[in-house]
Design a protein around this ligand. Structure first.
Ligand code: PGA
Length: 257
């Protein structure tokens, strides 16, 4: 059975002290549920780079994984402001978000650059969480699947076969991120189905059927259950609602057996 993933994207929030406190709050709720969570889902938190060390300490002994919000594809060199896979691995990072819409739209990251980052993450034996999603204009033009599938193809272009099994996709419509306006389960299902088909074409059905496709964009404790009830929605990438222990823990526990 395909595992779910519930991932917290803290973005540029929380100091090390605040991050430690939030993780302590999340663990107070989730540690007692660890055996049940482990049956069918993984949990990850992605702090900003300077908070990784504190977060790693606070996560010691838990099954919650550590993630990063970006990564460069070269192993080392003159790339001011960037970090490498080896650096992230040294903190115990296992997932890296790439191609988040804020990277694409605020910092101008192209499909090609995102593809190089995703390939670099996979080559570093880390799990790339490749984010894809259309803007409101693109949706209004009827271009949602065109945009998402283009971003997906470019994002996966450099992933070698041995990296395929670590790939996670996050469908995050840009108009839903941080707006309080989530995609309906029906809207998300159409896109998730198209992503699954494209993953089958790219990696073959056996691999593609095991890869989690997350939904992200204004996920809250109130809307998570209806989204997770859909067969191709395999978890969530959560921004705002991941900054409070009780709301993130509630999202993580959605539909738990
Ligand atoms: P949001 O952000 O949950 O605050 O909408 C999601 C994301 O950007 O990953």
């Amino acid at each position: 059975m395909r595992r779910k993933l519930f991932a917290a994207n803290w973005k540029m929030n929380l100091t090390p002290t605040e991050g430690r406190a939030l993780i302590a709050g999340i663990r107070a709720i989730l540690d007692p549920l660890a055996a049940r969570l482990a049956r069918d889902r993984d949990v990850m938190v992605a702090p900003a780079f300077p908070v990784l060390a504190a977060a790693a300490q606070a996560l010691a002994g838990s099954s919650i994984a550590l993630g990063a919000q970006n990564m460069h594809f070269e192993e080392k060199g003159a790339f001011t402001g960037e970090v490498s896979g080896a650096m992230l691995r040294s903190f115990g990072v296992s997932y890296v978000i790439v191609g988040h819409s804020e990277r694409r739209h605020i910092f101008g990251e192209s499909d090609e650059l995102v593809g190089k980052r995703a390939a670099g993450v996979a080559a570093a034996r880390l799990a790339p969480i490749l984010c894809v999603g259309e803007t409101a204009d693109e949706r209004d033009r009827g271009d949602t699947l065109g945009v998402v599938l283009r971003q997906l193809q470019a994002g996966l272009a450099g992933i070698a076969d041995d990296g395929a099994k670590r790939v996670v996709i996050a469908y995050e419509p840009v108009w839903a991120i941080g707006t309080g306006r989530n995609a309906t389960p029906e809207q998300a299902t159409i896109v998730h189905g198209a992503i699954r088909d494209a993953l089958r074409d790219r990696f073959g059905a056996a691999t593609a059927n095991e890869l989690p496709i997350l939904y992200g964009g204004s996920v809250t404790p109130d809307n998570v259950d209806s989204l997770m009830a859909k067969p191709d929605i395999d978890g969530a990438l959560v921004g705002g609602a991941s900054l409070k222990a009780d709301s993130f823990a509630r999202i993580v526990s959605s539909g738990m057996a």
